[in-house]
Design a protein around this ligand. Structure first.
Ligand SMILES: [Zn+2]
Ligand SMILES: [Zn+2]
Length: 338
């Protein structure tokens, strides 16, 4: 890159304009995993990068809801397992995985979680919940892990079987909140969001959902990937926390152009750009949905472009969402608990 490089120039220009006036913000008052109180329901962001992409700042999308020692994963993108370890959480304790949809940036570590749980000696069943296609995905992950199983059954005289340890449970994508899971304390509800365009849904059975977790007097909603969604607003009504995907559109275009210049998306860059802007949530729209739902706190997640930090401070993202939402706004980071 030289000073005359047009992409570099564009990036500098855009960032200068976008960052103008952004005050340095203090890190929000949040808890790290080690400090999460043992009572109550907490959530921890494991990976906060939006899109099939990762960098040294953010891993792909994954979170975990924690009630005592029980771990309920929400999406499982690349880096999720390492992030659990960094948070001093044991991946063998994950009993349920809830997938909002089956894009690779939300499922890449499912196969890795399954392999390590089996090899690590988990014996209780782990259930993977997700929209249409989840059965096929889990069956393929079981087949992948059976190669490892074959040699270890012989060499280590193990008796547990991979196929017995993991179960897929497909969930419907409905237009009203639907209970998809309950245990003694937790209720999980799903609703279809607006990530997949209508024409796509005519051509594939795949669907995308938002998820709401209620336990111990607290409610946390995960938007999943979505454009503006009245269903999501309905699901999130009155919740304590809305964890919402968020995209800075102008900065995303600069980042996108840089990636194309570096050889990414070679088969159809403008088609991929249309997907990015048409199926995700600009920051002010995340704020709007938080306001309409009447939530107390908005946590920005699945950050696009992401990855430019720490040259960008949180204010760069926060102020766009604050145009529409007067409540508390926290810019998500890997390892952030609330
Ligand atoms: Zn995504
Ligand atoms: Zn997606």
């Amino acid at each position: 890159m030289t000073d005359k490089d047009p992409m570099q120039y564009a990036r500098r220009q855009v960032l200068r304009v976008l960052a103008a006036g952004a005050a340095t913000s203090a890190m929000p008052a949040v808890l790290r995993a080690a400090q999460v109180p043992s009572t109550g329901m907490q959530a921890l962001l494991l990976g906060t990068q939006g899109g099939p992409n990762f960098n040294l700042v953010r891993g792909e999308t994954a979170s975990v809801v924690i009630i005592d020692k029980r771990l309920y994963m929400v999406d499982c993108g690349y880096g999720a397992l390492a992030a659990l370890v960094r948070a001093n959480l044991n991946y063998r304790d994950v009993g349920q995985v809830f997938l909002t949809h089956l894009h690779d940036d939300h499922v890449a570590d499912v196969v890795s979680l399954m392999g390590h749980q089996w090899t690590g000696g988990r014996v209780a069943q782990t259930t993977i919940y997700g929209p249409a296609g989840t059965r096929r995905l889990v069956a393929a992950a079981i087949a992948y892990n059976q190669v490892n199983e074959q040699i270890r059954l012989v060499d280590e005289a193990r008796s547990a079987r991979v196929a017995d340890l993991f179960k897929a449970q497909e969930i419907a994508a409905t237009t009203a909140p639907k209970v998809i899971f309950t245990d003694a304390e937790l209720t999980v509800r799903a609703i279809e969001n607006s990530h997949y365009p209508a024409e796509s849904k005519q051509r594939t059975p795949q669907r995308s959902v938002a998820l709401r977790f209620d336990a111990r007097g607290r409610s946390i909603v995960f938007s999943g990937d979505t454009a503006y969604s009245a269903n999501l607003v309905n699901l999130a009504r009155g919740a304590d926390v809305l964890v919402c995907e968020a995209m800075h559109v102008a900065a995303t275009r600069v980042s996108f152009d840089e990636r194309v210049k570096a050889g990414a998306y070679a088969d159809n860059p403008e088609g991929i750009w249309a997907h990015i802007v048409g199926t995700h949530t600009p920051l002010d729209v995340a704020g709007r949905m938080a306001r309409e739902a009447g939530v107390r706190t908005l946590v920005l997640n699945h950050i696009i472009p992401g990855g430019w930090e720490p040259t960008l401070d949180d204010e760069f993202y926060r102020r766009e969402a604050a145009r529409e939402f007067a409540g508390e706004i926290i810019v998500g980071r890997d390892g952030l608990a609330f």
